[in-house]
Every structure is written in C-alpha cells, then in structure tokens.
Design a protein around this ligand. Structure first.
Ligand code: TMP
Length: 236
C-alpha cells in the first residue's frame, strides 16, 4: 500500500490518498488540542496508542454488526480505512454526567443516568462546533432524516457494545464522541477514532480519569493514563 498525497490534516490525524480510489491511510499524531485548538500540547506516544485502541474497538464493533470504515492496521501509527465523506455532526453519547453536560446544566460530574443521552454538535471549527438539534441539521442539509435515524441507532448500539467490553476491563464509559461517514453508495459507516481523546474513561473503582481530561484540566499523568487504558484493553 502506497501513501500518496495528503488529503486532510486535522488536530490529531492526517489522512493520505493511496493508489486505490476508495482507500485512505490515516496517520495518528502525538499532537493534542483542547477547547477548539486554544490549548495545545504533545502527548508522547498518543498516536501509537490511539491507533491501536481505535483499531481494537473498531474490530469489536464490526464483530457486533456495526459497519465501520476500518480495513486493516498497517503499522504503529497508520491504518487503512475506506474513503468516506464525513457527515459534519459530532455524535455524543453520555452515560454519566461530566464535561459540558455538567457545566451547561449546573450539575456535578458522576450522576449515573437511567438511560444514555444523545446530542449532536455541528462539526465546524469556525463556529466552535455548536450544539445542534436534528431539525436544524435537516434545515442545513447536513444529513437526511434517514441518515440521522441510522446514526442514532448505531450510536446507541456502539454504546452498549463498548460499555460492556470496557467494564470487563475495569473501565467505566462516561461519554464519547463518534463521527460517521458516507461511502460512495451512500451507506453510513462509523469513521474517525475511538480513543482516550474522544471518550471519557473512569476507573470503575476509584473513578480516576483515564482520558484526555487529564490534559484538558492539567491534572498530570496524561501519558500514564493513556498507557493504562492500553494495558487494560490490549494487555500491554
Ligand atoms: P463534552 O463534555 O466536552 O461535550 O465532551 C463529550 C465527549 O466528547 C467527551 O468524551 C470528549 C468528546 N469530545 C471530542 O471527542 N471532541 C471534542 O471536540 C469535544 C468537545 C468533546
């Protein structure tokens, strides 16, 4: 597989074309940002960990009948994926109050919900990824009603699969963000990454944070937290 031109560079990943039309190579960086790029830094080894963790979790989801863009791991930092056009919605599922939910509604972190919640953000850096509802997403033609229905049902299924897998490894899945893409024939598949950058992971016993909140909130032990998630889920 040959890496050709850089198609896109985001805050945490680069995407390259390959010699095959429908396939891309994703390359994970150690760069970390928060608050829409206002805070910047490096988390040493993050790219390697997020690549491995994302691939492990994508394979688990495929086994559970969730279609994804994943094709094959190539090396430590790079993965072959199907080329998709990203639906410009960040899909956030929450099981426990934290982050912007706790802030917006004035509640403490750690309230366990009876049912998971779902929300969308409009993926637009210039606007700071504002919260959006499905009517607004339809009005802006970001997705069709059918696509939104599909995305919602996949997102809740992803939650069930990940929640029970992670719990088996001593990790509570507090919340997470997903992105979906369209294949050339319009099929919706899960894309992007699933990692401590895009999920909140708490130790099930101590509630210690094992995710990017350690970077966002300057809690220290950032690299150790990423390593710990990798150790628990991959055995090293
Ligand atoms: P929030 O509480 O800040 O809204 O974040 C909810 C979840 O989404 C959390 O697990 C972190 C993840 N997330 C991203 O992956 N990218 C983002 O840009 C933001 C704001 C959150």
């Amino acid at each position: 597989m040959e890496k050709r031109e850089l198609l896109y560079e985001g805050k945490a990943k680069k995407v390259y074309a390959t010699e095959y039309d429908g396939l891309c190579i994703v390359s994970y960086k150690d760069d970390a940002t928060a608050f829409n790029g206002a805070k910047r830094g490096t988390i040493m080894g993050k790219g390697v960990i997020n690549n491995r963790l994302t691939n492990r979790l994508m394979r688990l989801l495929v086994e559970n009948d969730i279609p994804t863009h994943y094709v094959a791991a190539l090396n430590e930092r790079e993965t072959l994926v199907k080329k998709v056009s990203i639906v410009p919605l960040e899909v956030i599922i929450r099981n426990i109050s934290a982050g912007s939910f706790a802030k917006r509604y004035g509640v403490e972190e750690g309230i366990v919900f009876e049912q998971p919640t779902i929300e969308f953000s409009y993926k637009n850096d210039d606007l700071g990824d504002p919260l959006i509802n499905s009517y607004h997403a339809l009005a802006l033609k970001l997705a069709t009603q059918q696509e939104i229905d599909t995305i919602k049902s996949y997102a809740f299924k992803v939650n069930e699969v990940l929640k029970s897998f992670l719990l088996g490894h001593g990790i509570e899945l507090v919340d997470f963000k997903l992105e979906f893409g369209r294949l050339p024939d319009g099929t919706i598949v899960l894309a992007d990454e699933i990692s401590p950058d895009t999920c909140r992971f708490w130790d099930v016993n101590t509630h210690e944070k094992l995710d990017k909140d350690r970077f966002r909130r300057d809690l220290g032990g950032v690299e150790d937290a990423y390593q710990e998630v990798m150790r628990r889920l991959m055995g090293d």
